[in-house]
Ligand binder design. Structure first.
Ligand code: ADP
Ligand code: MG
Length: 614
Protein backbone atom coordinates (compact mmCIF):
# COMPACT_ATOMS: atom_id res chain seq x y z
CA UNK A 1 0.00 0.00 0.00
CA UNK A 2 1.21 3.49 -0.79
CA UNK A 3 2.08 5.87 2.05
CA UNK A 4 -0.98 7.75 3.10
CA UNK A 5 0.12 9.94 5.98
CA UNK A 6 0.59 13.60 5.13
CA UNK A 7 1.38 16.70 7.20
CA UNK A 8 -1.56 19.07 7.33
CA UNK A 9 -0.97 22.42 5.67
CA UNK A 10 -0.63 25.27 8.22
CA UNK A 11 -3.92 26.91 7.45
CA UNK A 12 -5.78 23.65 8.04
CA UNK A 13 -3.89 23.00 11.26
CA UNK A 14 -4.70 26.52 12.39
CA UNK A 15 -8.38 26.10 11.64
CA UNK A 16 -8.43 22.92 13.67
CA UNK A 17 -6.59 24.58 16.54
CA UNK A 18 -9.05 27.45 16.29
CA UNK A 19 -11.84 25.06 17.15
CA UNK A 20 -10.26 24.54 20.54
CA UNK A 21 -9.34 28.11 21.31
CA UNK A 22 -12.28 29.93 19.75
CA UNK A 23 -15.67 28.52 20.59
CA UNK A 24 -17.55 31.76 20.22
CA UNK A 25 -17.01 35.53 20.05
CA UNK A 26 -16.48 35.65 23.81
CA UNK A 27 -13.39 33.45 23.46
CA UNK A 28 -11.86 36.01 21.11
CA UNK A 29 -12.64 38.76 23.59
CA UNK A 30 -10.91 36.83 26.33
CA UNK A 31 -7.76 36.20 24.28
CA UNK A 32 -7.47 39.78 23.07
CA UNK A 33 -8.05 41.30 26.51
CA UNK A 34 -5.47 38.97 27.99
CA UNK A 35 -2.93 39.88 25.33
CA UNK A 36 -3.48 43.56 26.13
CA UNK A 37 -2.91 42.88 29.81
CA UNK A 38 0.23 40.87 29.08
CA UNK A 39 1.41 43.87 27.05
CA UNK A 40 1.21 45.91 30.28
CA UNK A 41 -1.59 48.17 29.11
CA UNK A 42 -3.02 50.59 31.68
CA UNK A 43 -6.07 51.38 29.60
CA UNK A 44 -8.04 48.94 27.46
CA UNK A 45 -11.01 49.53 25.19
CA UNK A 46 -13.32 46.76 24.05
CA UNK A 47 -15.62 47.47 21.13
CA UNK A 48 -18.25 44.96 20.08
CA UNK A 49 -20.93 44.89 17.41
CA UNK A 50 -23.79 42.42 16.96
CA UNK A 51 -22.76 40.11 19.73
CA UNK A 52 -19.21 40.06 18.39
CA UNK A 53 -20.26 38.44 15.12
CA UNK A 54 -19.58 41.54 13.05
CA UNK A 55 -16.83 43.16 15.06
CA UNK A 56 -14.66 42.65 18.11
CA UNK A 57 -11.94 45.22 18.64
CA UNK A 58 -9.53 45.62 21.50
CA UNK A 59 -7.40 48.74 21.74
CA UNK A 60 -4.62 48.95 24.31
CA UNK A 61 -1.86 51.37 25.27
CA UNK A 62 0.64 48.60 26.02
CA UNK A 63 4.13 47.92 24.74
CA UNK A 64 3.12 47.32 21.11
CA UNK A 65 5.09 45.27 18.59
CA UNK A 66 7.83 45.83 16.04
CA UNK A 67 7.03 45.22 12.33
CA UNK A 68 8.55 41.77 12.42
CA UNK A 69 6.92 40.77 15.70
CA UNK A 70 3.59 41.97 14.40
CA UNK A 71 3.87 39.61 11.47
CA UNK A 72 5.26 36.77 13.55
CA UNK A 73 2.56 37.03 16.19
CA UNK A 74 0.13 35.37 13.77
CA UNK A 75 2.28 32.27 13.36
CA UNK A 76 1.34 29.21 15.33
CA UNK A 77 3.39 28.65 18.48
CA UNK A 78 4.69 32.19 18.17
CA UNK A 79 4.99 33.70 21.62
CA UNK A 80 7.19 36.14 23.46
CA UNK A 81 6.10 34.73 26.79
CA UNK A 82 7.96 31.49 27.22
CA UNK A 83 11.16 30.15 25.74
CA UNK A 84 11.60 26.76 27.29
CA UNK A 85 9.30 24.18 28.85
CA UNK A 86 10.48 25.03 32.37
CA UNK A 87 9.07 28.52 31.94
CA UNK A 88 5.66 26.92 32.12
CA UNK A 89 6.18 26.43 35.82
CA UNK A 90 6.78 30.06 36.56
CA UNK A 91 4.18 31.90 34.58
CA UNK A 92 3.23 35.46 35.26
CA UNK A 93 1.48 36.10 31.95
CA UNK A 94 -2.03 35.18 30.82
CA UNK A 95 -0.99 33.69 27.51
CA UNK A 96 1.91 31.40 26.69
CA UNK A 97 0.69 28.97 24.07
CA UNK A 98 1.20 31.33 21.16
CA UNK A 99 -1.93 29.98 19.53
CA UNK A 100 -4.57 32.61 19.96
CA UNK A 101 -3.72 35.07 17.21
CA UNK A 102 -2.93 32.33 14.70
CA UNK A 103 -6.24 30.63 15.47
CA UNK A 104 -8.28 33.80 15.30
CA UNK A 105 -6.64 34.90 12.07
CA UNK A 106 -7.44 31.53 10.51
CA UNK A 107 -11.18 32.01 10.90
CA UNK A 108 -11.83 35.75 10.60
CA UNK A 109 -10.89 39.01 8.90
CA UNK A 110 -8.25 40.51 11.15
CA UNK A 111 -6.56 43.91 11.17
CA UNK A 112 -3.79 44.85 13.53
CA UNK A 113 -2.28 48.26 14.11
CA UNK A 114 0.61 48.49 16.50
CA UNK A 115 3.53 50.66 17.52
CA UNK A 116 6.19 50.38 20.21
CA UNK A 117 7.34 53.31 22.33
CA UNK A 118 10.65 53.78 20.49
CA UNK A 119 9.31 53.54 16.93
CA UNK A 120 8.15 56.70 15.19
CA UNK A 121 5.64 54.99 12.97
CA UNK A 122 3.81 51.76 13.47
CA UNK A 123 2.54 48.95 11.27
CA UNK A 124 -0.84 47.96 9.89
CA UNK A 125 -1.46 44.33 8.92
CA UNK A 126 -4.50 42.78 7.29
CA UNK A 127 -5.07 39.04 7.39
CA UNK A 128 -7.97 37.02 6.05
CA UNK A 129 -8.42 33.33 6.72
CA UNK A 130 -4.79 33.07 7.84
CA UNK A 131 -3.30 34.76 4.75
CA UNK A 132 -1.55 38.10 5.09
CA UNK A 133 -3.21 40.49 2.61
CA UNK A 134 -1.15 43.56 3.34
CA UNK A 135 1.33 45.12 5.73
CA UNK A 136 1.87 48.87 5.61
CA UNK A 137 3.53 51.59 7.58
CA UNK A 138 0.96 53.54 9.57
CA UNK A 139 0.81 56.50 11.91
CA UNK A 140 -0.77 55.04 15.01
CA UNK A 141 -0.66 55.67 18.75
CA UNK A 142 1.62 53.58 20.96
CA UNK A 143 0.09 50.24 21.75
CA UNK A 144 -1.97 47.78 19.77
CA UNK A 145 -5.38 47.70 18.19
CA UNK A 146 -6.72 44.38 17.05
CA UNK A 147 -9.88 44.21 15.02
CA UNK A 148 -11.62 40.89 14.38
CA UNK A 149 -14.41 41.00 11.83
CA UNK A 150 -16.80 38.36 10.52
CA UNK A 151 -15.80 35.58 12.83
CA UNK A 152 -16.13 32.08 11.31
CA UNK A 153 -16.69 33.61 7.84
CA UNK A 154 -15.01 30.56 6.29
CA UNK A 155 -16.61 27.94 8.56
CA UNK A 156 -20.35 28.33 7.95
CA UNK A 157 -21.17 25.42 10.23
CA UNK A 158 -19.59 27.19 13.18
CA UNK A 159 -21.10 30.51 12.28
CA UNK A 160 -24.58 29.04 12.08
CA UNK A 161 -24.03 27.39 15.40
CA UNK A 162 -23.67 30.75 17.13
CA UNK A 163 -26.58 31.87 19.27
CA UNK A 164 -28.52 35.10 18.97
CA UNK A 165 -26.65 38.39 19.26
CA UNK A 166 -28.02 38.92 22.75
CA UNK A 167 -26.83 35.55 23.95
CA UNK A 168 -23.37 35.97 22.44
CA UNK A 169 -23.26 39.46 23.91
CA UNK A 170 -24.00 38.03 27.33
CA UNK A 171 -21.12 35.60 27.04
CA UNK A 172 -18.88 38.48 26.07
CA UNK A 173 -20.05 40.49 29.04
CA UNK A 174 -19.30 37.57 31.35
CA UNK A 175 -15.80 37.35 29.94
CA UNK A 176 -15.35 41.11 30.26
CA UNK A 177 -16.48 40.99 33.91
CA UNK A 178 -13.97 38.28 34.68
CA UNK A 179 -11.03 40.10 33.16
CA UNK A 180 -12.05 43.51 34.52
CA UNK A 181 -12.49 42.08 38.02
CA UNK A 182 -9.12 40.35 37.90
CA UNK A 183 -7.45 43.67 37.02
CA UNK A 184 -9.04 46.54 38.90
CA UNK A 185 -5.89 48.64 38.49
CA UNK A 186 -6.43 48.79 34.71
CA UNK A 187 -8.91 51.23 33.20
CA UNK A 188 -11.53 49.57 30.97
CA UNK A 189 -14.07 50.86 28.49
CA UNK A 190 -16.64 48.66 26.85
CA UNK A 191 -18.68 49.86 23.87
CA UNK A 192 -21.54 47.78 22.56
CA UNK A 193 -23.14 48.68 19.21
CA UNK A 194 -21.86 52.22 19.49
CA UNK A 195 -22.93 52.94 23.07
CA UNK A 196 -20.63 52.94 26.08
CA UNK A 197 -21.76 50.19 28.41
CA UNK A 198 -18.96 50.28 30.96
CA UNK A 199 -16.51 52.95 31.92
CA UNK A 200 -14.35 51.51 34.65
CA UNK A 201 -11.66 53.80 36.04
CA UNK A 202 -8.58 52.24 37.63
CA UNK A 203 -9.61 51.42 41.15
CA UNK A 204 -9.42 49.05 44.07
CA UNK A 205 -11.17 45.68 43.95
CA UNK A 206 -14.21 46.70 45.97
CA UNK A 207 -14.92 49.75 43.83
CA UNK A 208 -14.45 47.69 40.70
CA UNK A 209 -17.08 45.23 41.91
CA UNK A 210 -19.46 48.10 42.64
CA UNK A 211 -18.80 49.73 39.27
CA UNK A 212 -19.69 46.52 37.52
CA UNK A 213 -22.57 45.23 39.59
CA UNK A 214 -24.17 48.51 40.61
CA UNK A 215 -24.44 50.49 43.81
CA UNK A 216 -26.50 47.85 45.56
CA UNK A 217 -23.52 45.49 45.42
CA UNK A 218 -21.61 47.46 48.02
CA UNK A 219 -23.74 46.80 51.08
CA UNK A 220 -23.65 43.07 50.38
CA UNK A 221 -19.91 42.66 50.61
CA UNK A 222 -17.96 41.27 53.53
CA UNK A 223 -14.18 41.34 53.18
CA UNK A 224 -12.10 38.21 53.65
CA UNK A 225 -8.38 38.19 54.34
CA UNK A 226 -5.88 35.55 55.28
CA UNK A 227 -2.22 35.08 54.65
CA UNK A 228 -0.49 31.76 55.14
CA UNK A 229 2.68 30.22 53.80
CA UNK A 230 0.87 28.49 50.94
CA UNK A 231 -1.76 31.02 49.92
CA UNK A 232 -2.87 34.59 50.33
CA UNK A 233 -6.63 34.86 50.33
CA UNK A 234 -8.38 38.18 49.79
CA UNK A 235 -11.58 39.55 48.31
CA UNK A 236 -15.20 39.56 49.36
CA UNK A 237 -18.08 37.28 50.05
CA UNK A 238 -21.69 38.38 49.93
CA UNK A 239 -23.68 38.40 53.14
CA UNK A 240 -25.76 35.24 53.46
CA UNK A 241 -29.08 37.07 53.29
CA UNK A 242 -28.27 38.10 49.72
CA UNK A 243 -27.85 34.53 48.54
CA UNK A 244 -29.66 34.11 45.26
CA UNK A 245 -31.64 31.33 43.72
CA UNK A 246 -29.27 31.36 40.79
CA UNK A 247 -25.52 31.09 40.78
CA UNK A 248 -24.84 34.58 39.62
CA UNK A 249 -21.88 36.33 41.10
CA UNK A 250 -19.34 33.65 41.90
CA UNK A 251 -15.76 34.41 41.02
CA UNK A 252 -12.46 32.79 41.86
CA UNK A 253 -9.24 34.38 40.75
CA UNK A 254 -5.91 32.63 41.09
CA UNK A 255 -2.91 34.89 40.55
CA UNK A 256 -5.18 37.43 38.82
CA UNK A 257 -6.68 34.90 36.47
CA UNK A 258 -10.34 33.90 36.56
CA UNK A 259 -10.60 30.20 37.30
CA UNK A 260 -13.31 27.62 37.74
CA UNK A 261 -12.94 25.28 40.65
CA UNK A 262 -15.82 23.07 41.72
CA UNK A 263 -13.64 21.84 44.55
CA UNK A 264 -12.99 25.25 46.07
CA UNK A 265 -16.58 26.23 45.40
CA UNK A 266 -17.51 23.38 47.65
CA UNK A 267 -15.33 24.86 50.38
CA UNK A 268 -17.25 28.12 50.13
CA UNK A 269 -20.57 26.33 50.30
CA UNK A 270 -19.31 24.51 53.37
CA UNK A 271 -18.57 27.80 55.10
CA UNK A 272 -22.05 29.09 54.33
CA UNK A 273 -23.74 25.90 55.43
CA UNK A 274 -26.69 26.52 57.69
CA UNK A 275 -26.63 30.23 56.95
CA UNK A 276 -28.42 30.25 53.64
CA UNK A 277 -31.68 28.69 52.59
CA UNK A 278 -31.45 25.42 50.73
CA UNK A 279 -31.51 26.01 47.01
CA UNK A 280 -29.89 29.43 47.21
CA UNK A 281 -26.32 30.26 46.25
CA UNK A 282 -23.89 32.61 47.95
CA UNK A 283 -22.06 35.23 45.92
CA UNK A 284 -18.31 35.65 46.21
CA UNK A 285 -15.31 37.39 44.68
CA UNK A 286 -12.31 35.50 45.98
CA UNK A 287 -8.69 36.13 45.05
CA UNK A 288 -6.05 33.52 45.72
CA UNK A 289 -2.38 34.19 45.39
CA UNK A 290 -0.07 31.22 45.29
CA UNK A 291 3.48 30.59 44.19
CA UNK A 292 3.22 30.20 40.37
CA UNK A 293 5.29 27.03 40.69
CA UNK A 294 2.51 25.37 42.69
CA UNK A 295 -0.24 25.85 40.15
CA UNK A 296 -0.73 24.22 36.77
CA UNK A 297 -2.76 26.30 34.35
CA UNK A 298 -1.73 24.29 31.39
CA UNK A 299 -4.42 21.65 31.57
CA UNK A 300 -7.04 23.32 29.40
CA UNK A 301 -6.69 25.51 26.29
CA UNK A 302 -8.91 28.22 27.70
CA UNK A 303 -6.97 28.05 30.94
CA UNK A 304 -9.92 28.39 33.28
CA UNK A 305 -9.42 25.00 34.84
CA UNK A 306 -6.28 24.88 36.90
CA UNK A 307 -4.61 22.44 39.21
CA UNK A 308 -3.22 23.44 42.59
CA UNK A 309 -0.46 21.36 44.18
CA UNK A 310 -1.99 21.36 47.60
CA UNK A 311 -5.71 21.61 47.07
CA UNK A 312 -6.66 20.08 50.39
CA UNK A 313 -4.84 22.69 52.42
CA UNK A 314 -6.28 25.41 50.23
CA UNK A 315 -9.74 24.02 50.79
CA UNK A 316 -9.36 24.06 54.54
CA UNK A 317 -7.89 27.55 54.68
CA UNK A 318 -10.55 28.97 52.42
CA UNK A 319 -13.39 27.49 54.38
CA UNK A 320 -12.12 28.68 57.73
CA UNK A 321 -11.28 32.15 56.39
CA UNK A 322 -14.82 32.63 55.18
CA UNK A 323 -16.33 31.27 58.37
CA UNK A 324 -14.17 33.62 60.35
CA UNK A 325 -15.29 36.64 58.31
CA UNK A 326 -18.94 35.69 58.55
CA UNK A 327 -18.59 35.50 62.32
CA UNK A 328 -16.43 38.56 62.70
CA UNK A 329 -18.76 40.81 60.77
CA UNK A 330 -21.60 39.54 62.80
CA UNK A 331 -23.62 38.54 59.82
CA UNK A 332 -24.64 35.26 61.35
CA UNK A 333 -27.07 35.96 64.22
CA UNK A 334 -29.49 38.03 62.19
CA UNK A 335 -30.57 34.90 60.38
CA UNK A 336 -33.17 32.52 61.57
CA UNK A 337 -34.62 29.97 59.24
CA UNK A 338 -35.82 27.57 61.86
CA UNK A 339 -38.99 29.43 62.76
CA UNK A 340 -42.19 27.52 62.60
CA UNK A 341 -43.94 28.83 59.55
CA UNK A 342 -47.32 28.11 61.05
CA UNK A 343 -46.79 30.58 63.83
CA UNK A 344 -45.74 33.38 61.55
CA UNK A 345 -47.78 36.11 60.01
CA UNK A 346 -48.39 34.91 56.48
CA UNK A 347 -45.50 35.90 54.32
CA UNK A 348 -47.67 37.86 51.94
CA UNK A 349 -48.98 40.15 54.58
CA UNK A 350 -45.94 40.73 56.70
CA UNK A 351 -44.57 43.69 54.82
CA UNK A 352 -47.71 44.96 53.25
CA UNK A 353 -48.97 48.48 53.46
CA UNK A 354 -52.66 48.89 53.92
CA UNK A 355 -54.05 48.43 50.44
CA UNK A 356 -56.41 50.91 48.88
CA UNK A 357 -59.79 49.26 48.83
CA UNK A 358 -60.94 48.51 45.37
CA UNK A 359 -64.22 47.25 44.11
CA UNK A 360 -64.25 44.45 41.64
CA UNK A 361 -67.40 43.08 40.20
CA UNK A 362 -67.36 39.40 39.59
CA UNK A 363 -69.60 39.23 36.58
CA UNK A 364 -69.42 35.48 36.47
CA UNK A 365 -70.56 35.14 40.08
CA UNK A 366 -72.94 32.32 40.73
CA UNK A 367 -74.04 31.98 44.34
CA UNK A 368 -74.68 28.26 43.93
CA UNK A 369 -71.33 27.45 42.53
CA UNK A 370 -68.68 26.14 44.83
CA UNK A 371 -65.72 28.44 44.74
CA UNK A 372 -62.31 27.83 46.05
CA UNK A 373 -58.80 28.76 45.17
CA UNK A 374 -55.44 27.52 46.26
CA UNK A 375 -53.18 29.81 48.12
CA UNK A 376 -51.79 32.57 45.95
CA UNK A 377 -53.32 31.29 42.78
CA UNK A 378 -54.26 33.79 40.14
CA UNK A 379 -57.77 35.07 40.31
CA UNK A 380 -58.74 33.14 37.21
CA UNK A 381 -58.81 30.09 39.40
CA UNK A 382 -62.09 31.29 40.84
CA UNK A 383 -63.71 29.98 37.74
CA UNK A 384 -61.98 26.71 38.19
CA UNK A 385 -64.77 24.87 39.90
CA UNK A 386 -65.87 24.50 36.35
CA UNK A 387 -62.77 22.50 35.67
CA UNK A 388 -64.33 19.16 36.42
CA UNK A 389 -67.32 19.86 34.26
CA UNK A 390 -65.12 20.87 31.41
CA UNK A 391 -63.57 17.50 31.40
CA UNK A 392 -66.81 15.95 30.29
CA UNK A 393 -68.28 18.55 28.10
CA UNK A 394 -65.58 18.91 25.54
CA UNK A 395 -65.40 22.03 23.49
CA UNK A 396 -67.21 24.87 25.12
CA UNK A 397 -66.98 28.52 25.93
CA UNK A 398 -65.05 29.02 29.05
CA UNK A 399 -64.82 32.31 30.87
CA UNK A 400 -61.87 33.50 32.83
CA UNK A 401 -62.30 36.23 35.34
CA UNK A 402 -59.51 38.65 35.72
CA UNK A 403 -60.49 41.03 38.47
CA UNK A 404 -63.03 43.25 36.89
CA UNK A 405 -62.50 42.26 33.31
CA UNK A 406 -63.97 39.15 31.84
CA UNK A 407 -63.22 37.72 28.49
CA UNK A 408 -64.04 34.56 26.76
CA UNK A 409 -61.79 32.14 25.01
CA UNK A 410 -62.50 29.08 23.02
CA UNK A 411 -61.21 26.15 24.96
CA UNK A 412 -60.29 22.85 23.48
CA UNK A 413 -61.48 19.60 24.81
CA UNK A 414 -59.55 18.80 27.88
CA UNK A 415 -57.85 15.55 27.42
CA UNK A 416 -57.41 14.06 30.76
CA UNK A 417 -57.44 10.33 30.55
CA UNK A 418 -57.80 9.04 34.03
CA UNK A 419 -61.31 10.20 34.69
CA UNK A 420 -62.87 9.40 31.38
CA UNK A 421 -64.57 6.35 32.72
CA UNK A 422 -65.53 7.95 35.98
CA UNK A 423 -68.42 10.06 34.88
CA UNK A 424 -69.64 10.48 38.40
CA UNK A 425 -66.33 11.50 39.79
CA UNK A 426 -67.73 14.91 40.66
CA UNK A 427 -69.89 13.40 43.32
CA UNK A 428 -67.05 11.52 44.85
CA UNK A 429 -64.70 14.45 45.18
CA UNK A 430 -65.62 15.70 48.57
CA UNK A 431 -62.50 15.11 50.49
CA UNK A 432 -58.90 15.85 49.89
CA UNK A 433 -56.11 15.68 52.37
CA UNK A 434 -52.54 16.77 52.45
CA UNK A 435 -49.81 14.23 52.92
CA UNK A 436 -46.55 15.34 54.49
CA UNK A 437 -47.09 18.93 53.31
CA UNK A 438 -46.15 17.68 49.89
CA UNK A 439 -48.96 15.74 48.28
CA UNK A 440 -52.66 16.17 47.97
CA UNK A 441 -54.56 12.94 48.03
CA UNK A 442 -58.07 12.53 46.79
CA UNK A 443 -60.29 9.64 45.81
CA UNK A 444 -61.74 8.75 42.45
CA UNK A 445 -64.07 5.92 41.60
CA UNK A 446 -61.31 3.54 40.63
CA UNK A 447 -59.06 4.33 43.54
CA UNK A 448 -57.07 7.40 44.47
CA UNK A 449 -54.98 10.19 43.01
CA UNK A 450 -51.83 11.51 44.63
CA UNK A 451 -50.92 14.99 43.42
CA UNK A 452 -47.60 16.68 43.90
CA UNK A 453 -48.76 20.07 45.15
CA UNK A 454 -45.82 22.10 43.98
CA UNK A 455 -45.67 20.65 40.47
CA UNK A 456 -49.43 20.85 40.09
CA UNK A 457 -49.45 24.49 41.03
CA UNK A 458 -46.58 25.15 38.64
CA UNK A 459 -48.66 23.71 35.83
CA UNK A 460 -51.69 25.81 36.77
CA UNK A 461 -49.69 29.03 37.02
CA UNK A 462 -47.76 28.26 33.86
CA UNK A 463 -50.84 27.88 31.73
CA UNK A 464 -52.36 30.97 33.28
CA UNK A 465 -49.31 33.08 32.53
CA UNK A 466 -48.95 31.71 29.02
CA UNK A 467 -52.50 32.72 28.35
CA UNK A 468 -51.82 36.21 29.67
CA UNK A 469 -48.77 36.46 27.47
CA UNK A 470 -50.66 35.40 24.39
CA UNK A 471 -53.62 37.66 24.80
CA UNK A 472 -51.68 40.36 26.62
CA UNK A 473 -54.27 40.86 29.30
CA UNK A 474 -52.43 40.19 32.52
CA UNK A 475 -54.15 41.94 35.36
CA UNK A 476 -52.04 44.08 37.57
CA UNK A 477 -52.44 45.58 40.96
CA UNK A 478 -51.17 49.12 41.29
CA UNK A 479 -48.68 49.56 44.06
CA UNK A 480 -49.52 52.32 46.49
CA UNK A 481 -45.90 53.38 46.59
CA UNK A 482 -43.93 52.44 43.48
CA UNK A 483 -40.97 50.22 44.25
CA UNK A 484 -37.51 51.32 43.23
CA UNK A 485 -35.35 48.31 42.50
CA UNK A 486 -31.71 48.64 41.62
CA UNK A 487 -30.01 46.53 38.98
CA UNK A 488 -26.63 46.28 37.36
CA UNK A 489 -26.22 47.47 33.78
CA UNK A 490 -26.26 44.00 32.36
CA UNK A 491 -29.37 43.13 34.33
CA UNK A 492 -31.02 46.26 33.00
CA UNK A 493 -30.19 45.29 29.43
CA UNK A 494 -31.92 41.97 29.97
CA UNK A 495 -34.85 43.64 31.64
CA UNK A 496 -35.32 45.88 28.63
CA UNK A 497 -35.36 42.83 26.38
CA UNK A 498 -38.12 41.11 28.29
CA UNK A 499 -40.01 44.23 29.35
CA UNK A 500 -42.77 43.89 26.81
CA UNK A 501 -43.60 40.41 27.97
CA UNK A 502 -43.41 41.44 31.60
CA UNK A 503 -46.00 44.11 30.88
CA UNK A 504 -48.16 41.47 29.24
CA UNK A 505 -48.32 39.46 32.46
CA UNK A 506 -49.13 42.50 34.52
CA UNK A 507 -45.98 44.33 35.52
CA UNK A 508 -46.21 48.10 35.18
CA UNK A 509 -42.96 49.99 34.82
CA UNK A 510 -42.22 53.63 35.55
CA UNK A 511 -38.86 55.24 34.88
CA UNK A 512 -35.93 53.09 33.97
CA UNK A 513 -32.81 54.90 35.03
CA UNK A 514 -29.12 54.26 35.05
CA UNK A 515 -29.17 51.56 37.66
CA UNK A 516 -32.71 51.49 38.98
CA UNK A 517 -36.17 50.62 37.80
CA UNK A 518 -39.42 51.93 39.10
CA UNK A 519 -42.15 49.34 39.40
CA UNK A 520 -45.64 50.74 39.67
CA UNK A 521 -47.72 47.63 39.38
CA UNK A 522 -47.35 43.87 39.63
CA UNK A 523 -49.41 40.86 38.52
CA UNK A 524 -52.19 40.12 40.97
CA UNK A 525 -50.61 36.95 42.22
CA UNK A 526 -47.27 38.51 43.05
CA UNK A 527 -47.00 39.92 46.55
CA UNK A 528 -45.13 43.17 46.90
CA UNK A 529 -42.59 41.54 49.15
CA UNK A 530 -41.81 39.03 46.42
CA UNK A 531 -41.23 41.48 43.60
CA UNK A 532 -37.49 41.80 44.07
CA UNK A 533 -37.04 38.06 44.26
CA UNK A 534 -39.21 37.42 41.23
CA UNK A 535 -37.38 40.00 39.14
CA UNK A 536 -33.98 38.67 40.13
CA UNK A 537 -35.02 35.15 39.28
CA UNK A 538 -36.35 36.23 35.92
CA UNK A 539 -33.24 38.11 35.01
CA UNK A 540 -30.91 35.37 36.06
CA UNK A 541 -32.90 32.74 34.17
CA UNK A 542 -32.70 34.85 31.06
CA UNK A 543 -29.02 35.42 31.64
CA UNK A 544 -28.41 31.71 31.67
CA UNK A 545 -30.77 30.59 29.00
CA UNK A 546 -31.08 31.14 25.37
CA UNK A 547 -34.15 33.09 24.38
CA UNK A 548 -33.95 33.15 20.65
CA UNK A 549 -37.45 34.16 19.69
CA UNK A 550 -40.44 35.64 21.36
CA UNK A 551 -42.19 32.32 21.72
CA UNK A 552 -39.44 30.82 23.79
CA UNK A 553 -39.18 34.09 25.69
CA UNK A 554 -42.85 33.87 26.71
CA UNK A 555 -42.45 30.25 27.53
CA UNK A 556 -39.46 30.89 29.73
CA UNK A 557 -41.11 33.79 31.43
CA UNK A 558 -44.16 31.70 32.22
CA UNK A 559 -41.96 28.89 33.48
CA UNK A 560 -39.89 31.13 35.71
CA UNK A 561 -42.92 32.84 37.17
CA UNK A 562 -44.61 29.52 37.75
CA UNK A 563 -41.54 28.11 39.43
CA UNK A 564 -41.00 31.14 41.62
CA UNK A 565 -44.58 31.72 42.67
CA UNK A 566 -45.84 28.20 43.08
CA UNK A 567 -46.81 26.64 46.36
CA UNK A 568 -43.79 24.75 47.60
CA UNK A 569 -43.28 21.44 49.30
CA UNK A 570 -43.63 22.10 53.01
CA UNK A 571 -46.46 24.59 52.71
CA UNK A 572 -49.66 23.77 54.51
CA UNK A 573 -52.78 24.11 52.37
CA UNK A 574 -56.24 24.40 53.85
CA UNK A 575 -59.11 22.28 52.55
CA UNK A 576 -60.46 24.87 50.16
CA UNK A 577 -57.03 25.48 48.68
CA UNK A 578 -56.44 21.78 48.22
CA UNK A 579 -59.70 21.31 46.41
CA UNK A 580 -59.12 24.45 44.37
CA UNK A 581 -55.73 23.24 43.28
CA UNK A 582 -57.07 19.83 42.29
CA UNK A 583 -59.80 21.50 40.25
CA UNK A 584 -57.38 23.93 38.65
CA UNK A 585 -54.98 21.18 37.75
CA UNK A 586 -57.52 19.08 35.93
CA UNK A 587 -58.78 22.11 34.08
CA UNK A 588 -55.31 22.45 32.55
CA UNK A 589 -54.55 21.48 28.99
CA UNK A 590 -51.72 19.22 30.03
CA UNK A 591 -52.56 18.19 33.56
CA UNK A 592 -50.22 15.24 33.69
CA UNK A 593 -46.92 17.10 33.54
CA UNK A 594 -45.39 20.12 35.21
CA UNK A 595 -43.96 22.80 32.90
CA UNK A 596 -40.61 21.12 33.51
CA UNK A 597 -41.90 17.76 32.32
CA UNK A 598 -42.23 16.14 35.68
CA UNK A 599 -45.28 14.06 36.59
CA UNK A 600 -47.85 16.07 38.49
CA UNK A 601 -49.84 13.16 39.85
CA UNK A 602 -50.10 9.41 40.03
CA UNK A 603 -53.11 7.18 40.44
CA UNK A 604 -53.41 4.15 42.63
CA UNK A 605 -56.27 1.90 41.64
CA UNK A 606 -58.30 -0.36 43.84
CA UNK A 607 -56.61 -3.24 42.05
CA UNK A 608 -53.19 -1.94 43.04
CA UNK A 609 -54.33 -1.80 46.60
CA UNK A 610 -55.97 -5.23 46.50
CA UNK A 611 -52.77 -6.73 45.27
CA UNK A 612 -50.94 -5.42 48.32
CA UNK A 613 -53.30 -7.35 50.53
CA UNK A 614 -52.62 -10.71 49.01
P1 ADP B 1 0.36 34.10 23.57
O1 ADP B 1 -0.42 35.19 24.21
O2 ADP B 1 0.03 32.76 24.08
O3 ADP B 1 1.84 34.36 23.59
P2 ADP B 1 -0.91 35.00 21.17
O4 ADP B 1 -1.17 34.31 19.90
O5 ADP B 1 -2.08 35.47 21.95
O6 ADP B 1 -0.05 34.01 22.06
O7 ADP B 1 0.05 36.19 20.90
C1 ADP B 1 1.29 35.97 20.27
C2 ADP B 1 2.29 37.04 20.63
O8 ADP B 1 1.90 38.28 20.05
C3 ADP B 1 2.37 37.33 22.12
O9 ADP B 1 3.29 36.45 22.74
C4 ADP B 1 2.87 38.76 22.14
O10 ADP B 1 4.25 38.83 22.03
C5 ADP B 1 2.27 39.34 20.88
N1 ADP B 1 1.05 40.14 21.16
C6 ADP B 1 -0.21 39.72 21.01
N2 ADP B 1 -1.09 40.70 21.35
C7 ADP B 1 -0.35 41.76 21.74
C8 ADP B 1 -0.66 43.08 22.21
N3 ADP B 1 -1.93 43.49 22.37
N4 ADP B 1 0.37 43.91 22.49
C9 ADP B 1 1.65 43.50 22.34
N5 ADP B 1 2.00 42.27 21.91
C10 ADP B 1 1.03 41.40 21.61
MG1 MG C 1 -2.45 35.43 24.06
Amino acid sequence: MADIIRLLPDHVANQIAAGEVVQRPASVVKELLENAIDAKATEIKLIVKDGGKTLIQVVDNGIGMSDTDARLSFERHATSKIQKAEDLFNLSTKGFRGEALASIAAIAHVEMMTRTEDQEVGTHIKIEGGKICSQEVAVVPKGTSLMVKNLFFNIPARRNFLKSDQVEFRHITDEFHRVALAHPQIEFHFYNNGGELFNLPANDFRKRIVHIFGRKANEKLVPINEETNVVKISGYIQKPEFAKKSRGEQFFFANNRFIKSPYLHHAVLGAFEGLIKPGTHPGYFICLEVDPATIDINIHPTKTEVKFDDEHTLYAYLKSTIKHSLGQFNVVPSLDFEKDQNLETPYDFKNKNAPVPSITVDVGFNPFKETSSPKRTPSYSKSSAKGWENMYEGLEKKSFEHGASTFEVESEEINSTIFDSDKDVRDTITTTFQLRKKYIVTTIKSGMVVINQSRAHQRVLYEGFLKNLTIKEGVSQQLLFPLLLSFSKVELEILKEIKENLCAVGFVFGNIEDDAVEIKGVPVMVAESEVQMVMEQLISDFQMEVSEDSFSQSDMLAKTLAKTLSVKTGEVLDDASQLGLVNDLFACKEATLSPFNKRTYITITENDIDRKFI
